[in-house]
Design a protein around this ligand. Sequence first.
Ligand SMILES: NC(=O)c1ccc[n+]([C@@H]2O[C@H](COP(=O)([O-])OP(=O)(O)OC[C@H]3O[C@@H](n4cnc5c(N)ncnc54)[C@H](OP(=O)(O)O)[C@@H]3O)[C@@H](O)[C@H]2O)c1
Length: 235
Amino acid sequence: MTTTLITGANKGIGFETARRLIAAGHTVYIGSRDPGRGRRAADALGARLVVLDVTDDASVAAAVREIEAEGGLDVLVNNAGIETRTADNGVPGAADVTPGMVRELFETNVFGVVRVTHAFLPLLRRSAAPVVVNVSSGLGSLAQMSDPGTPGYRYPGLEYPASKAAVNMITVQYAKAFPQMRINAADPGFTKTDLNGGTGTQTVEEGAEVIVRLAQLGPDGPTGGCFAADGPVPW
Ligand SMILES: NC(=O)c1ccc[n+]([C@@H]2O[C@H](COP(=O)([O-])OP(=O)(O)OC[C@H]3O[C@@H](n4cnc5c(N)ncnc54)[C@H](OP(=O)(O)O)[C@@H]3O)[C@@H](O)[C@H]2O)c1
């Protein structure tokens, strides 16, 4: 039996990933910072609920204790993420981004990944087949963002792509540090969720595809890469 925690799984791509992994036989913990939203999501899917705010040490420590007491963890999906949006649902351009905006976004998208991964490492190390999936983005690819031929090239923001580039490097370094684990980054693609005010062009089913696949990797699968549904994403 595989036990999986998905952070920020009360809606969006994380919720759909939970639905698919439950269908594949995983016991899934929906991580949600809000108990009410999390309870509704968990009940809708037949998942377990763990209240977990990725920006809060005490919340993450309590989640570790709860999951440890209930048997441990095999798969961690670091999915919780935010994107800065303007009042009219645009993305602030580089000139308007302040250090405070970068710090706030990194607290969730980057420090949150390290906080949760670091806290769950002891449980993952006890698993026979530990897997970590860090939900990144094509916008975190330096190669794609420097190429005028890619869809993300014209994205005007600064802190969100920088946070996902950091997630990619964190993935590489964790993967080298823990060769017994499969640790990869996933690029879901531009997906219609609240994150982008519903402007994404893919469904959550399409967005969750690569995350679901990476979450089910066996010990012979790749590690230390970034993958989209159609294959590896260049750094
Ligand atoms: N949508 C896209 O086009 C796209 C593309 C590439 C990558 N991604 C990535 O995919 C992941 C999921 O995004 P999504 O599109 O599904 O967005 P979403 O629908 O807005 O879902 C984001 C989830 O993260 C949770 N969250 C935010 N801050 C949190 C915190 N401090 N602690 C715990 N949970 C927190 C949210 O919880 P609340 O409900 O409490 O806010 C929500 O459950 C993110 O990492 C995002 O960067 C998305």
